[in-house]
Design a protein around this ligand. Structure first.
Ligand code: SF4
Length: 94
């Protein structure tokens, strides 16, 4: 039986969402790969992650693999979509 990994994480209480760090060069690939659903471009020339209740694992993984500067990663989040420990978007997390 195949279980959607995002649902499985939610069942375990482990929610996650994509994160973009400061390496972003505003190439728009992540926006195109996800059809504008999860990423958009802000006024600072960096991609930002849209808040969604659920992210398609495969689509985001494709965006992660396609980013030329490896600026995208999965990070844990709470139910409101906030990253833990005060992590903010465009911060360089590991
Ligand atoms: S693919 Fe990477 S470098 Fe390009 S806009 Fe998205 S996060 Fe930025």
């Amino acid at each position: 039986m195949n279980i959607d990994p995002t649902k499985l994480d939610a069942l375990k209480g482990l929610l996650k969402k994509p994160h973009v760090n400061s390496l972003c060069i505003w190439c728009t690939v992540c926006v195109s790969v996800t059809s504008g659903e999860y990423f958009n471009l802000d006024g600072d020339g960096l991609s930002t992650v849209s808040h969604c209740d659920k992210y398609d694992q495969e689509l985001v993984d494709d965006a992660i693999a396609s980013c030329p500067v490896h600026a995208i990663s999965w990070q844990p989040c709470d139910k409101t979509g906030k990253y833990p420990d005060g992590i903010t978007e465009h911060e360089d997390v590991t």
